[in-house]
Design a protein around this ligand. Structure first.
Ligand code: HAM
Length: 431
């Protein structure tokens, strides 16, 4: 027999681990709702061309990491390596000019054929936010603070915000000319990987992790010195506003990001608590992407947070699952049918209930209720079934006898009163 295993770089998320995922996702979605950001869902699979044009053919993501294949109709398809290109495609396709400014978020799996390690997978998950149709400096700040606040709300420690500006296309092309000249002279002193990048994607050399190359680059021309006055002013205002909002940041002139579409603001948030894959969030402005992809000229800015890295960073308190409110102990042919009926009714309330389906002895069922720390139990046996009633009481409570009550199966009002008094009422006062 075959022993099937998941593919390298993919993981199964089992129920116990998913509690943390669900708690984190809920916190994020609530926060985005409160900031009036709306959800968008795009397909996981797209035409390969979309990413080649959108992200850039020379980037590592497109040239080395995409899951690309021909479908049965001989069309080249790719599993999305990121979400921005897909969102842009969806907006253009659905008539971007009719809704010129939109704040959108998405969450879901992305695929990159990278070498797996802690915090780096081949199928991973991102939360992405895109503000499309926003040009003002305030939208840059709003995007950065949104990302920062989500991470802070989740209790992530040792956060560092790094910012840079990449200027506009003219600024960058002026810099590129000068940088290429410098590279020609200094080529042999660079590491092999950086040398390979000279022809394909020279800007990414700035991002190198190689210590020797880094020190040589200190004498290279700086992109900042090629920025127009307008681009500089934009950047200075961003720095000033971040200071006013008390968001700590450091400037990193070598931060160029791995995707080609960025203009002006580029930023990353790292955490010292992560290992080598320390970037939790990356983003920036992409004012030319939409027109490059065939849409009307539309400025935009966004970010994406890697959820696996968030999970690694967030604390134990997010591993708590909601307690069971009512455990239904039942035994006997008629009792079991009544219990099923009651269990369906209870799902009309904001309660977490569990119907025992084991058919085991009462003591075993009580033990199970005890084990999962259910707040209360309902008991239905043959006696209760023949009287068309059930017993409900708080579990593991010294005064439980006082709260124990027999309720007729049909008496929804009495049941509701008991729930309100002992469960829902308690819950609201706990808040
Ligand atoms: P990115 O920097 O390529 O940006 O990815 C964003 C985040 O996704 C990273 O900071 C990291 O947390 C996570 N991530 C990336 N690759 C992996 C991986 N192999 N395993 C686990 N986590 C990973 C983007 O994708 C842009 N679309 C962000 C953006 C949105 N820019 C503007 N709008």
């Amino acid at each position: 027999m075959n022993n099937f295993k998941n593919l390298r770089g993919t993981v199964d998320l089992l129920p116990e681990e998913l509690i943390k995922w669900q708690n984190i996702e809920k916190l994020i979605v609530d926060q985005l709702f409160r900031a009036s950001v709306k959800e968008i869902r795009t397909p996981i699979i797209e035409m390969t061309e979309l990413f080649m044009r959108g992200i850039g053919e020379a980037t590592d993501v497109v040239s080395k990491e995409m899951y690309t294949f021909l479908d049965r109709g001989e069309r080249s398809c790719t599993l999305r390596p990121e979400g921005t290109a897909s969102v842009v495609r969806a907006l253009i396709q659905n008539g971007i000019s009719s809704k010129p400014s939109q704040k959108l978020w998405y969450m879901g799996p992305m695929f990159r054929y990278e070498r797996p390690q802690a915090g780096r997978q081949r199928q991973f998950h991102q939360l992405g936010v895109e503000f499309v149709g926003y040009e003002s400096v305030r939208s840059d700040i709003e995007i950065i603070t949104l990302a920062w606040d989500i991470l802070e709300k989740l209790g992530i420690k040792e956060l560092n915000l790094e910012i840079n500006t990449l200027g506009d296309q003219t600024d960058r092309s002026n810099f590129k000319d000068a940088f290429l000249k410098w590279l020609e002279v200094n080529k042999d002193s660079l590491d092999i990987e950086s040398q390979k990048r000279i022809d394909k994607n020279p800007l990414r050399i700035l991002d190198t992790k190689n210590v020797q190359t880094k020190s040589i680059l200190e004498d290279a021309p700086r992109l900042f010195d090629f920025l127009s006055e307008k681009s500089i002013e934009r950047y200075l205002i961003i720095k000033e506003k971040l200071k006013l909002l008390k968001i700590p940041f450091i400037e990193n002139f070598n931060l160029v990001r791995g995707l080609d579409y960025y203009t002006h603001t580029a930023f990353e948030i790292t955490s010292g608590a992560l290992g080598s894959q320390s970037t939790v969030c990356g983003g920036g402005r992409y004012d030319n992407l939409i027109s490059q992809m065939g849409g009307t000229e539309t400025p935009a800015i966004g970010f994406a947070i890697g959820l696996e890295r968030l999970i690694l960073l967030s604390g134990k308190d997010l591993e708590q699952s909601r307690e069971t409110d009512i455990y239904i102990v039942n035994k006997g042919f008629h009792a079991e049918t009544l219990a099923m009926d009651l269990s369906r009714k209870l799902r009309n309330y904001d309660l977490k209930t569990e119907l025992d389906l084991s058919g085991g002895s009462f003591s075993k069922q009580f033990k199970k209720a005890n084990k999962i720390k259910s707040k209360s139990i309902i008991v239905i046996g043959d006696d209760e079934a023949s009287n068309q009633e059930f017993i409900i009481r708080l579990f593991n409570n010294k005064n439980s006898e006082n709260q124990e009550q027999k309720i007729a199966i049909e008496d929804s009002i009495k049941l509701e009163e008991w729930i309100n008094k002992n469960l829902l009422f308690k819950k609201t006062s706990e808040k």
